[in-house]
Design a protein around this ligand. Sequence first.
Ligand code: ARG
Length: 462
Amino acid sequence: GGVRLWGGRFADGPAEALAKLSASVHFDWRLAPYDIAGSRAHARVLHKAGLLSAGELQRMTEGLGLLEADVAAGTFTGTVADEDVHTALERGLLERLGPELGGKLRAGRSRNDQVATLFRMYLRDHARIIGGLIADLQEALVGLAETHPDVAMPGRTHLQHAQPVLFAHHVLAHVHALGRDAERLRQWDERTAVSPYGSGALAGSSLGLDPEAVAADLGFERGSSGNSIDGTASRDFAAEFAFITAMIGIDLSRLAEEVIIWNTKEFSFVTLHDAFSTGSSIMPQKKNPDIAELARGKSGRLIGNLAGLLATLKALPLAYNRDLQEDKEPVFDSCDQLEVLLPAFTGMMATLTVNRARMEELAPAGFSLATDIAEWLVKQGVPFRVAHEVAGACVKECEAQGIELDDLTDQQFAAISPHLTPEVRSVLTVPGALASRNGRGGTAPSAVVAQLQEVKADLAVQ
Ligand code: ARG
């Protein structure tokens, strides 16, 4: 059986149904290493406050070390009877040190300040892991841009042909979005670098402990909580983490959807590597973009984790309520999902092949150079309103004849508008259209080279 932490005023142990409902050890066990680190720091401040002798501190630290090794080896685990990871580890310590010394560690702390601290520590570590995986994906995308610096493709709005763009420019757009996600994780980490340890159950401790020393010990750069009620009751750090991970999922899903479309027979823009696609059990010809589809699917799940956590927090009075035990599973799940998804997604992007001929064939289709006619006219002094009309008339004529813009003859151009001299042909090529958009952030090859340098410099410091 487990160690109950509140035996004193109870005549009976918990009903089995309550114990089953109450148990969180099956999902909070992953906090065990953080719990032990917290206990080590707590033992030191108990000693500083004169509540543990030097000898006791030493034996306590040794006991925690033994427990830590057994947890790592899997020879000590929590059970349903333990309820949660904190209680299980207390049992483990009592078993190793005996009730006299083992029973001293709980002074001046509560599971409420413990769990708030450990949850932050866990998520801070995983923010770094996920940030690293995002950087890997960004590097794969930068590689794709660098190895295809001059491939043109149809740029789209409303999924319709809009204007030609460089494939590298399009790929780098995703690198920018992922860069903001990585930045969100770093800024979140800075905000979360505050330790609730010392907040006790909700009101702080009467034992003269030093929460700032514990915070420093546990790597919380911004010290300990300024308010013990806030320290134990707040979970906005978890909700914000759930938002950031959901946003990462959504950003991945947008690229995923494009890969799925690009990989269709109709588009044939990219071909996925065999190692990063799947077959069908019945249709021998199939090669499916399952990684991209799972990314799209998991983004829904990540949104669900955020929505569920927000619903748990809504209208919850201060300070700790047991509802808060529901905070961990959704956020742990968001970590787990991204940590399996991102490496596969990166592999898919790093290994796909680009069908340059197909992209370039379609780049000028759908009258995607019509804006170039209008802008060329503006440079000749024609007001944009008129220029837009004239370019539109060119499209209409082409549609009627079933031809493309550069198939129009000099006579046909002149018949549409006297402003349309044969020189307009200079912008009716994809390279001309691309090269003309050479301002900062534009799709001209020169601008994309500059962008690539900036993105790489940002990645190097990220
Ligand atoms: N296991 C709980 C949680 O995850 C922490 C324990 C606090 N329990 C309590 N009855 N005060 O939130």
